[in-house]
Design a binder for this molecule. Structure first.
Ligand code: UGA
Length: 439
């Protein structure tokens, strides 16, 4: 929304949330989300045509176009628990919009939703019977965290799906005209509602599948002395495969991939397609296997016990350049190491102590003596038996590993879970160094 305000100076953008603390943070100098470049865009436009408010009903009444941008987590109760998307926040937005009234509206699904959600939104809006007409549009978001501002400024495509009726097409054109302020027309794809909704889940499923595919090959590389980065480069030069998203890792994380693939599986089962569901479920299973494999290899290299040993954890975010730790692969790896009675010294440049504790499900009391929260990578590595590098922060490339090595317990072990470092140089220093798919 900040980017829309920035690119469409004649349009007023109001961001509303029921959570007053969040809105206060958006109105302060300390935004609740860390995203490179976001601060500048917000501060340049806030108070001019970009506003943050808790006055939900009034802003709904004033608006011509409303973007529903609430979360759609995996359901953790009742039917579809563990797979289906929980749509109660989307539903309550639709009910709120219907109740607030104020005129005809275009309602845009920005949240990632299962295919045919627009049907539910439309039924709720129409059942208000308030004399106003509503058009529902699907406009899924494809930005990635850490590169959000560049992705928004220069998107590969913008996808807008709408009803095929005349009124539906008018609404589609209105939403197209917003993006057309800065995105070339050729990159704005219009489709029917269901294709747009399904394309979002499919895009994430394909991206997650690529990571699971290269991670599956990484296990074979370790067994066969092939190097996964070399294999990725060799296959990525084939223009049909392409070089992006082939970086082998400890597994994908983040709030989207697992949730969306599970949701796709649920939809397949719902529509009577168990074979298709089973195909996509493998993407998740491979991701779990990759995380567990990392722990097993670490344990093997440490004589099968880490009990009482100090392990430095470098990075906890699910990827670099974000403070987001949701579904980070670091969570299950750290949990497993804690189960094995290791003591962890965690350093991440952006993820807060409270977010680490809450994602691990540990209280501050439990963490006492078992988890140390460090303010530098050097502090985390001091007297450690091993280092596990779990997020590819740039600063980890620049560390003085010779001096880190000198302050560690011997033999000093290093597991690079992101293939960020040069293993040969680390071995010359004296480390027993390991990567993913390249031993
Ligand atoms: C992902 C998609 O890339 C976006 O297009 C989509 O809009 C977004 O989900 C969403 O649905 O909101 P995001 O989760 O922010 O974006 O980050 P990604 O860059 O996709 O990374 C996801 C995970 O995959 C990270 O843990 C990352 O480290 C891992 N990854 C990524 C790899 O292990 N290898 C790679 O080659 C690429």
């Amino acid at each position: 929304m900040a980017m829309i305000a920035n690119k469409c100076k004649g349009t007023i953008v109001s961001v509303v949330d029921l959570n007053a603390d969040r809105i206060a943070a958006w109105n302060s100098g300390n935004l609740p989300v860390y995203e490179p470049g976001l601060d500048e865009i917000v501060s340049q436009n806030r108070g001019k045509n970009l506003f943050f408010s808790t006055d939900v009903d009034e802003k709904i009444r004033e608006a011509d176009i409303i973007f529903i941008s609430v979360n759609t987590p995996t359901k953790d109760y009742g039917a579809g628990s563990g797979q289906a998307a929980d749509l109660r926040f989307v539903e309550s937005c639709a009910r709120g919009i219907a109740k607030a009234g104020g005129g005809d509206k275009i309602v845009v699904e920005k949240s990632t939703v299962p295919v045919r959600t627009a049907q539910m939104v439309k039924e709720i809006l129409d059942s208000a019977n308030n004399g106003y007409s509503y058009q529902v549009i699907s406009n899924p978001e494809f930005l990635a965290e850490g590169t959000a501002m560049a992705d928004l400024e220069n998107p590969d495509r913008v996808l807008i799906g709408g009803d095929t009726s005349e009124e539906g097409q008018v609404a589609v054109e209105k939403v197209v005209s917003i993006y057309a302020n800065w995105v070339e027309k050729e990159r704005i794809i219009t489709t029917n509602l269901w294709s747009s909704e399904l394309s979002k889940l499919t895009a994430n499923a394909f991206l997650a599948q690529r990571i699971s595919s290269i991670n599956a090959i990484s296990a074979l590389c370790e067994a066969s002395e092939a190097d996964v980065d070399e294999v990725a480069k060799a296959i990525g030069t084939d223009s049909r495969i392409g070089p992006k998203f082939l970086k082998s890792s400890i597994g994908f994380g983040g709030s989207c991939f697992q949730k969306d693939v599970l949701n796709l599986c649920y939809l397949c089962r719902h529509f009577g397609l168990p074979e298709v569901a089973g195909y996509w479920e493998q993407v998740i299973q491979m991701n779990e296997y990759q995380k567990e494999r990392f722990v097993t290899r670490l344990l093997d290299s440490m004589f099968n016990t880490v009990s009482g040993k100090r392990l430095a954890i470098l990075g906890f975010a699910f990827k670099k350049d974000t403070n987001d730790a949701r579904e980070s692969p670091a969570i299950s790896i750290c949990r497993r190491l804690l189960e094995e009675k290791a003591n962890l010294a965690i350093y991440d440049p952006r993820v807060s102590k409270s977010s680490i504790l809450s994602t691990l499900g540990w209280s501050e009391e439990q963490a006492e003596g078992r988890i140390h929260f460090c303010s530098t990578a050097e502090e985390a590595c001091d007297r450690a038996n091993a280092i596990a590098l779990l997020t590819e922060w740039d600063e980890f490339k620049e560390l003085n590993y010779a001096s880190i090595y000198a302050n560690m317990q011997q033999p000093a072990i290093l597991f690079d879970g992101r293939n960020l470092l040069n293993l040969k140089s680390l071995r010359e220093i004296g480390f027993r160094a390991h990567g993913i798919g390249r031993d």
